[in-house]
Design a protein around this ligand. Structure first.
Ligand code: PMP
Length: 395
């Protein structure tokens, strides 16, 4: 066959996409083995019945044809209202593009602001799809390293150095952060906004975990002075409303950027199914109660996990301030996150993500998704700690 494009074959730079442990665990489950899966950010609950009823009613009511490419007006209005209320920045439907999930929004955002060959910056550790999403837009992906002992927040020096790279065009940030659970304080966001302004960069702010805050508060950098004109916010209902499979999210951006993004959507997704948009509209109109019901178990499990980890010294938890994961430092075992995760899966049938899947800064760490019931999570964490102790002792 003729050659595929290097754009697509080099998405992962010929290396792995970082999901091996997840795929192996899934294969084990498919083969009938019992594995405790603490890998991807998939809820252990389904989408709320009432939201599904709204989806069904909409589909039965005839919303099964092509929907408006930018999103239906009513949904764009509700998202705009929500953003205005949560950030204080006046936002209208012209600032909103409805997308099939945050992932499509991440790709579209980079397509919108990067020319081929431009450099797109992001903070390491990062959500595993970031580098390939950037490369898919024919831009160069450049990771800015952080340190575990600085709570994985980027330093001004590191961000400024990256911002001065030739053709640096955008900076992608994610607070609350996947995988670390770090929530950036105002000071960090002001520093990042300052560097973007001084170096004329776009800021792409991935806020898909903005309803999952355990400590501190969520601040959208679009609300900082002068930032609305250079910020694209990525939103999603996957995490906030347990709607991962519905594929629904949005981009908040200046109207001229939204206009351009609508042209892109016309050639890629051609919009989001109308019945999904109607379900999203219904869900967003239910107020915070639905979101809290989705978020509360993660808060509870985070506290439970921290109390279990406090009983030993080998595995150290990074106390997540938000999101549905916990990062564990397993460097005391002498193993890499990858080796530990592979061995843990084989020996104990517990699947966690190696820190390395999320970048160099997370080496020697594991990401545990808090996505099983409390008793099973507690049991898995106790086993993980016992396993770590065995390895540390043997070393
Ligand atoms: N950003 C982050 C940080 C994520 O963790 C995820 C999903 N795990 C996404 C974006 C994409 O989510 P979705 O496409 O389901 O909206």
């Amino acid at each position: 066959m003729p050659a595929l494009s290097s754009r697509i074959t080099d998405l992962n730079e010929g290396g792995s996409d970082g999901w091996e442990v997840f795929y192996r665990a899934r294969a084990m489950v498919a083969a009938g083995e019992k594995v405790t899966e603490l890998t991807i950010g998939e809820h252990d609950i389904g989408t709320d019945e009432a939201i599904l009823d709204a989806m069904y009613t909409s589909a039965k009511g005839g919303h099964t044809g092509y929907a408006m490419v930018p999103g239906v007006d009513a949904l764009r209005d509700v998202v705009a209202e929500r953003v205005t209320k949560r950030t204080g920045v006046a936002t209208t439907r012209d600032n909103i593009l409805i997308t099939p999930g945050g992932q499509a929004a991440l790709f579209a955002a980079h397509m919108a602001v990067c020319n081929p060959g431009d450099t797109a910056l992001f903070i390491d550790p990062y959500y595993a799809t970031y580098p390939a999403s950037i490369r898919a837009a024919s831009a160069e992906a450049h990771a800015i390293q952080t340190r575990a002992d600085a709570d994985f927040r980027p330093s001004r020096a590191a961000v400024e150095e990256a911002a001065r790279l030739p053709r640096a065009r955008s900076l992608l940030i994610n607070s609350p952060n996947n995988p670390t659970g770090t929530v950036y304080p105002r000071q960090t966001l002001e520093m990042l906004a300052g560097v973007c302004t001084q170096n004329d960069l776009w800021l792409i702010s991935d806020e898909v975990y903005d309803t999952q805050i355990w400590q501190g508060e969520h601040l959208s950098p679009r609300a900082l002075p002068g930032m609305a004109e250079r910020t694209l916010v990525i939103g999603s209902m996957s995490k906030s409303h347990a709607m991962t499979g519905s594929r629904i999210g949005w981009i908040v951006a200046p109207p001229s950027a939204i206009d351009a993004l609508i042209d892109l959507a016309t050639t890629t997704t051609y919009g989001v199914p109308g019945f999904i948009q109607d379900a999203a509209l219904f869900a967003l109109s239910q107020g915070a109660q639905v979101e809290n019901a989705v978020a509360d178990p993660y808060r509870r499990r985070r506290d439970l996990a921290l109390s279990i980890l406090a009983d030993q010294q080998i595995v150290t938890a990074i106390p997540a301030q938000g999101a549905m994961y916990l990062m564990l430092d397993i460097r005391a075992t002498g193993l890499s996150g990858r080796d530990f995760a592979e061995k843990l899966l084989d020996a104990r049938r517990i699947a966690v993500m190696p820190g390395e899947s999320f970048g160099r800064s997370a080496a020697g760490h594991l990401r545990v998704a808090l996505t099983v019931d409390d008793a099973r999570l507690a049991q898995a964490l106790r086993e993980l700690c016992a396993f770590a102790a065995t390895i540390a002792k043997a070393a």
